[in-house]
Design a protein around this ligand. Structure first.
Ligand code: GMT
Length: 388
């Protein structure tokens, strides 16, 4: 059999700090490293996308503000840029990460092109595009249409697949392809970074990274962190991808300012991950939670909430501990268990690392995406059974 030719793939995603954009960027990098040609299309360069990478291109969507428009429109200029990129580079696939508005723009782009030059459109659902916007009557029908008309749909967890089927009633197979994380080697030592953070050797450093949106329930995280201090003192490192100043008052009220270290919009996350001991995530909804996976890859367990796809990532009692969402006392107990028992922490951390390296790793997940891409490209239409 002749070798399969490399694919030309357009990826559109949110470029800012956020799980869907981070995953899309990592996927593009991994695919380019495997010989495929990758074209990112967005309003900004994705923040973790390095320059000068072979076979990897970025196309900026220019947005004009016309006096007539009360609200600037992004969907149409994005669709035009996707169509132009597809036409100029002969894309096989447009891969839209996060349905709104990327899936709709990708469909429009496909429909603008002549039939023989149309790329396949694949949409990856990441979370709130289903769980939040899917419920919104102003978005739900448009999301449903975009998914029904796409050539392939993937979701980042079984939870999200089931939720999409339930909330959006999509009459199409959805392929579950989990997220992955490829850690880069840290540029500094653990000791150096802990010195920078002002954390002593004997102190346990908790780790939280997120965009701090309401769904992350950072208010609950702060409350549990404050309560744990009397039973198991520790510090908290927050890699904030959102506005942290909104929490200043609450932190002052709880009297924990001295125990929290914040770094904003960090790209070299590995330097900080290697300095931490225990992840802490209190989301009320989460389709996967990349932050937990990042912790796992660095060999430490997490305390987190038993919501959405998290139990597919964290095996309770094996790679971390789960508590009910909003159960501050349960979260505190779980924290105390792992802060005060370094042996259990190390055991779960080691198991977490193995799970990250065997289940949620690029060689497994990127190959899954590639098999899915090939199946979608080979099928005449979605109904030909692109699912595997
Ligand atoms: O912030 C984003 O870019 C997407 C965001 C969301 O709210 O949809 O995150 C989602 O996608 C991540 C990557 O697949 C997942 O790890 C997160 O769990 C998921 N967030 C939620 O479901 C709340």
């Amino acid at each position: 059999m002749p070798p399969e030719r490399p694919l030309k793939i357009g990826i559109t995603c949110y470029p800012s700090v956020g799980g869907s954009g981070i995953l899309a960027t990592s996927l593009g990098l991994e695919l380019a490293a495997r010989g495929h040609e990758i074209h990112f299309v967005s309003y900004e360069r994705p923040f973790r996308l390095p320059a000068n990478t072979p076979r990897l291109f970025f196309h900026r969507v220019e947005i004009n503000s016309y006096g007539l428009f009360k609200y600037p429109d992004y969907t149409l200029p994005l669709s035009v840029k996707l169509a132009e990129t597809s036409r100029d580079f002969g894309l096989d696939i447009i891969h839209a990460h996060y349905a709104v508005p990327h899936a709709t723009a990708a469909l429009l782009a496909r429909d603008m092109l002549p039939a023989h030059r149309r790329p396949k459109v694949i949409t990856t659902l990441h979370g709130t595009d289903t769980t939040l916007l899917g419920r919104d009557p102003g978005y739900g029908p448009a999301i449903r249409h975009a998914l029904e008309a796409a050539d392939g749909i993937t979701a980042v967890s079984e939870f999200l697949r089931a939720e999409t089927e339930k909330l959006i009633a999509v009459n199409r197979p959805i392929e579950v392809i989990y997220n992955f994380f490829t850690p880069q080697p840290p540029s500094r030592s653990r000791a150096d970074v802990r010195r920078e953070l002002g954390v002593d050797d004997h102190e346990v450093l908790l780790f939280h990274s997120s965009n701090l949106r309401p769904v992350k329930r950072f208010d609950i995280l702060l409350e549990a962190f404050a309560r744990v201090q009397s039973r198991a003192p520790c510090k908290l490192l927050v890699l904030a991808g959102g506005d942290f100043s909104a929490f200043s008052e609450e932190i002052a009220r709880l009297g924990i300012r001295e125990r929290i270290i914040v770094r904003e919009n960090i790209t070299a996350i590995e330097d900080y991950l290697q300095a931490a001991d225990l992840g802490f995530f209190t989301s009320e909804s989460e389709s996967f939670c990349l932050g937990i996976l990042e912790a796992m890859a660095f060999g430490f367990p997490s305390v987190s909430t038993r919501v959405g796809g998290i139990p597919e990532v964290t095996l309770h009692g094996e790679t971390g501990l789960l508590a009910q969402a909003g159960d501050v006392a349960g979260l505190v107990d779980a924290l105390v268990t792992l802060i005060t028992d370094p042996v259990a922490r190390a055991r779960m951390g080691a198991a977490a690392r193995v799970r990250a390296q065997t289940t949620f790793t690029a060689p497994v997940i990127v190959e899954h995406y590639l098999r899915y891409y090939r199946a979608v490209c080979a099928a005449d239409s979605f109904h030909d059974g692109a699912g595997m």
